[in-house]
Ligand binder design. Sequence first.
Ligand SMILES: CCCNc1ncnc2c1ncn2[C@@H]1O[C@H](/C=C/CNC(=O)c2cc(-c3ccc(F)cc3)cc(O)c2O)[C@H](C)[C@H]1O
Ligand SMILES: [Mg+2]
Length: 214
Amino acid sequence: TRSTRPQRLLHAVQKNATRGDPRSVINAIDQFCRHKEWAMNVGDEKGCILDSVVSEVNPSTVLELGTYCGYSTVRIARLLPPGAKFITLEFNPKVAKIARQVIAWAGLEDKIQLVEGASGDLIPKMKEQFGVETFDLVFLDHWKDRYLPDTKLMEECGLLKKGSILLADNVICPGTPDYLEYIRNSPRYKSQYFKSHLEYTKVEDGLEKSVFLG
Ligand SMILES: CCCNc1ncnc2c1ncn2[C@@H]1O[C@H](/C=C/CNC(=O)c2cc(-c3ccc(F)cc3)cc(O)c2O)[C@H](C)[C@H]1O
Ligand SMILES: [Mg+2]
């Protein structure tokens, strides 16, 4: 049977990237998706914005919603200080298996805790099961209609503290209208839109960075 897109992306990494070199893994995926087969990674253009936010926040605790093939996981993990706690959630076991191999190829498995399951089930368990108090940074990149419910759930579970940063991908394309409306009108957040393009295309997209005010 035909391979899956994540499997083909993993093979491109194993063929073209150097083991233990996160930068080469990132480049191999970007080359593959730009020239061979598009895939829904945050990509190089939005990835630079992600890098700058991660570097600025210099987080001790990070949560990623929607690992997919691990492209943004590798981008984030390579910039984290030693001892940082980085949890990424992926509910599709086949996709998680690919992501684990991409992360291992980058040599970053010791910095990342990939947890298989649905965010709605796992977010309420973060404190008791994963020993997390609050998250300094959350990267939202899973199903777009889940950004808002999961943000409200993180608030309810006390996982955000004054200064916590939410960074959301795809707020224009495919779009997350209910999330944007909520986060831009809530007195509990200060938001900023970073205009960019849909990965590997000229279509407009962007990242929304929101600071939780407590
Ligand atoms: C109950 C589940 C919720 N909880 C969950 N808990 C854990 N893991 C979850 C949850 N919900 C989903 N996931 C996982 O995250 C991944 C899913 C990621 C989704 N990303 C997009 O849909 C997208 C589309 C485009 C796009 C743009 C233009 C186009 F023309 C086509 C596509 C671009 C982009 O940058 C995009 O990120 C993965 C496949 C899926 O298993
Ligand atoms: Mg995305």
